[in-house]
Structures are given as C-alpha cells and as structure tokens.
Design a protein around this ligand. Sequence first.
Ligand SMILES: Cc1cc2ncn([C@H]3O[C@H](COP(=O)(O)O)[C@@H](O)[C@H]3O)c2cc1C
Ligand SMILES: O=C(O)c1cccnc1
Length: 342
Amino acid sequence: MKVTVSAPDAAARAAAEERLAALATPAGALGRLGDLGVWLAAVQGVVPPRPPAAVRAVVFAGDHGVAAHGVSAYPAAVTPAMVRSFAAGTAGVCALARQHDVHLRVLDLGVDDDLDGIDPAVRAHKVRRGSGAIHVEDALERAETEQALATGAAVADEEIAAGADLLIGGDMGIGNTTPTAALVAAALGLPAEDVVGRGTGVDDEGLDRKTDVVRAALQRAGDRVDDPVERLTALGSADLAATVGFLARAAERGVPVVLDGLISVACALTAEDLAPGATQWFVAGHRSTEPAQSLALEKLGLEPLVDARMRLGEGSGAVAAVPLLRSAALLLAETALLSDLL
Ligand SMILES: Cc1cc2ncn([C@H]3O[C@H](COP(=O)(O)O)[C@@H](O)[C@H]3O)c2cc1C
Ligand SMILES: O=C(O)c1cccnc1
C-alpha cells in the first residue's frame, strides 16, 4: 500500500531563493528563517509565501501495553485524565495553541478507558482499548493497523476540508516513548541502547527496563519490521498508526506539516516508508531530549527550529514553532529588495 507523493513546487522554490538572495539583508543573515521562507514558498507554490493562517493540530491519544511493565515514570491512568484535560482546553499544548491561534482537537484512538461522558466526537474513531505489550505480543492485529492508518488519513482529509494550510499531529499516551523508540530502532537498524531515552523521566532502573523491552520487541518482530505496516502492527499502536496515516495523507495532499517530538518524528519516519518523498512536506518544529528523535531527524535530513529542552509531546514543540514559520513568510514578503534602496 504505497502512497504517491508529489514534490513541492521547484519553480516557486527557485523564485523564493532568488528573492531571499535579493532582500535588503546581508546574504544568509536570516539563517533558518530564510530557508523556512523558501520551503513555505515551495510547499505553497507561491512567492512570496503566505504566513500560515489556518494551522490545525490533532492529538491522537492511546494507551500502550508496555506501560504496565515499568517503562514510564507515570501510571496509565494519566492518559484518560489528560484526554479530558485536552477536551477542557487545559493541557499544556492548549495554552500554546490559544496563544498562536492554532485549532486543536483530541481523538481517542486507543485509550484503555471508555471516557464516559466525554464529547462523543472524541471517541468516534476508537480502534481498540490499549495495545499489546510489544516485547511479548504484537501491538495490534494487522486489520486494526489498517483501520487506524485509514482513520488518520480520513482525519487529515477532514482537517484539509476545514481549510488547514498547515497541519500538526500531536500525541497523548503514557508509555508511548517506548514503542516509538522501537519504531525508530527498527527503521534505522539500530540497537535498543542507542534509541531509548528517559521519556517522562524514568530513573536508571526504569531506563534499563525500557531498554530490555525495546530489545525484546525488536528481537520478537524480526524482519517483519522491513514492511512499515507490519512494523506498526508488531511495534506500534492504534494512535501511532493513525498518526502515520495522517502524516502520509497530508504529504499526499500537498499540505505542509510541522513535526513535534519523538512520537511525531517516529511516525514521520514510518510515513516516509509508506509514502516515499513525504518528508519534503515536513519541517521539524523542535528538538526533543529523546535520543531517538534526533536519530530519526538526522535520517530524514531535518533540522529542528526550536531547541528548548522540551519533552512534553502533545504537539507542543510544533505549536511553539508556528510563530517562526509565520515570521519566515512575512520576512520574505515584506522586506525590501536591496536593489530598490540603492
Ligand atoms: C501529566 C502528563 C502529561 C503529558 N502530556 C504528554 N505527555 C507525554 O508523556 C508520555 C510519554 O512518556 P513515557 O513514555 O515516559 O510515558 C505520553 O503521554 C506523552 O504524550 C505527558 C505525560 C504526563 C505524565
Ligand atoms: O519527544 C517527545 O515528544 C516526548 C518526550 C517525552 C515524553 N513525551 C513526549
């Protein structure tokens, strides 16, 4: 099930590069903001680019079987509690989203709770409760992976139909830095020790347990991980597969995406396997403290915009980068040309 992705507009990129070089600034003085303006022109197909005005973020929530095996500093009960907090607008990313005028919605793909009383729209896409503990069993049945991938793609279509000109996929799910570290290790052919980080802040014993879980999961999955759908079935979860489907569909539809931390970037790495070329539509919002995120970004050839030692997830690092994207577009649009001043 390969997805076809077109390249961003090469003529717009070339024209934007030319305009950037002609601005009344010393050559290269805008640094990453200059590159970002050029990228925006290429993905929008217009020079100068428009500042993204309809930025829409979706938080994909789900629980992870490994959470019962000492891999997180927090209990799984936090996941449904946080989903209620997202719905109430009180999660960390909600404050950032309000500040930067980003539309945010949360969807339960696999929370291990019925979430009684919550807005039914939040639960409408649920695939299952929780996922298999990946060191002992598959995370999902293959049909569930396919359902979650299709759901994520449909959600991207909904957001694009609502007018999105920039998309963000966020995450909520205690334990999710374990399967995402495993997804990165599997995609890059790296051992567990290289990818595992402290997530919410596990101590040294927790880090050892987490490394053992990832090692056992990789061993158990074997070469099934060569196929991205099998990789998600063995090592992922419904929320992660939906995020992959969401990112792949955004690229297929030619809508740019700002990536977040480990969860987002691990899903982008998987989306690139499913939809070769998808990364051309992605920009890295921030650098997480998780080692697997940096390894995956390097593989994708992406350099993060913000490096603020954040490790929250939720899409927060991506939302925090939105003002830089808007600034980059405005700089390219509103700065005079040096030749007009002399
Ligand atoms: C209160 C709270 C809010 C969060 N918001 C995002 N995460 C993040 O931390 C978790 C991943 O880390 P680990 O793999 O160590 O469990 C996920 O829920 C992720 O969304 C949170 C975690 C907590 C505790
Ligand atoms: O990198 C992330 O997104 C991250 C890190 C720790 C915990 N939750 C998310």
